[in-house]
Design a protein around this ligand. Sequence first.
Ligand code: AMP
Length: 306
Amino acid sequence: MSLLVVGTVAFDTVRTPFGVAERILGGAGTYAALSASYFGAKSRIVSVVGGDFPQEHIDLLKSRDINLEGLEIIKGEKSFFWEGEYHNDMNTRTTLATEVNVFENFKASIPDSYKESEYLLLGNLHPSIQNSVLEQMNKRPKLVVMDTMNFWMDTAWDELLATIKNVDVLAINDEEARQLSGEYSLKKAAKSILTMGPKLLIIKKGEHGALLFSDDDIFFAPALPLEEVFDPTGAGDTFAGGFIGYISKTDDLSFENIKRAVIYGSAMASFTVEKFGTDRLIDLSDKEVSERLQEFLTLTKFDIQL
Ligand code: AMP
């Protein structure tokens, strides 16, 4: 099945207690599309980079079979740049710089050949741009997943609510869920957010896993306890890409399958954090992915008879 990812393709400088990686390949769209590429989905990306974006990054995305017809390159302009620093616990980070550059005037024009994509992932961008993507589609995708961030809650509240209304799955972190709903309890937050439009809500809790809510059910996926956590950047986007990649591969929207997709997304995110940037997402083998899934099964399996 076809999958369209809209999101940033960028340069990141990442500072962690283990070292610094400067101007490496990053961006929410990059992580999501790379992650989805492991599920055989025909991923297409809509994004923009500047003339400074190296051919080797483009070749890397192509090598994962990601269709780049929707990647605009604006010569003479600079790519999106983000810099962040992780603190000692690796769970909290400070954003040191966000230079939107080519994204200043980004319109997200969807190529005609993408307009019938069956699955759509709206990465974290201005909510009006996310909504305009939906409006450009020739037909409603089977599933629309949206990410967002606190910044849009502070600066574009009305547009955000108008976009959330139109999506099927909202995937945000716990802090964002609390801000969006005004509720501290995540259960109450989910109840309130599910009245805003989405049928499903995913609350990502970093190293504490992810919660999936529908009106009637709750499912929890842990994060694997890992020996090496080098760089959590992009974990959320990798999760989202693996989640929708798995659903587009299986083409099954039942709650049981969506639970499996949460586990696949979590497994993909567990790889991303093990190395700097996208390094771990470049050449994973099927065996590595299935071993990781087995670890999830073993971690969560128990037997209680009531
Ligand atoms: P995450 O760690 O899941 O928050 O994703 C981090 C990735 O998102 C980095 O690769 C950044 O390039 C990208 N990013 C950071 N800030 C923004 C922003 N304001 N809008 C879109 N993408 C961003």
